[in-house]
Design a binder for this molecule. Sequence first.
Ligand SMILES: Nc1ncnc2c1ncn2[C@@H]1O[C@H](COP(=O)(O)OP(=O)(O)OP(=O)(O)O)[C@@H](O)[C@H]1O
Ligand SMILES: [Mg+2]
Length: 193
Amino acid sequence: MIKLNEAQTKAMIPDGHILVLAGAGSGKTRVLTQRIAYLVNQLGVNPREILAITFTNKASAEMRSRLAEVTDCADKMWISTIHSMCAKILRFEAEHLGYTSSFSIYSDTDSEKLIKRIVTDMHLDDDNIAKNAMWHISKAKNAALSPERYGFEYGYERQIDTIVSIYKKYEEMLKRANSMDFDDLLFECAQTL
Ligand SMILES: Nc1ncnc2c1ncn2[C@@H]1O[C@H](COP(=O)(O)OP(=O)(O)OP(=O)(O)O)[C@@H](O)[C@H]1O
Ligand SMILES: [Mg+2]
């Protein structure tokens, strides 16, 4: 039997939504895996209705192996990184969003390459502009702001007109390549849900 302290036990027993905020190595994953084990082992919840999301691939592999230690149905649960969960949902819904279900996913490195190419094509010989544009584009996407809207709200930012142009071109080229970047995965999935 795996031990939990008092606070952990409180968080383990399912009774509505909970938010656990605790330091590194303090036993968060232990609480989460025990909570899931309690749901399926004690309460008879269908393991196919369990969704366990992590941020990194490493954390999701750890979650899978630790759930396999405390349940015999970890293989039936949906254990995944947030980006991979979004991609999976979006493949079903792609057609409604103007992509095909075989859309490609641009990693941060792919995005950086594309932005650098756009900067070169626009004959902008400023070393920092690509980096700066990447930062702004990600910020805009996380706030769900279109290039026009971002330009309007952040009109006071240095080189904003250039950044807006790069952002527009970047969106155009991604869409034409039937591709989404990491920020699109989160945003499009949230919109779809
Ligand atoms: N109540 C407990 N009694 C004994 N050991 C515990 C207890 N809670 C957690 N541990 C152990 O402490 C270590 C860290 O726990 P765990 O991995 O769950 O923490 P975490 O908060 O998820 O860590 P991280 O921040 O690295 O993700 C593990 O070896 C775990 O088995
Ligand atoms: Mg953990």
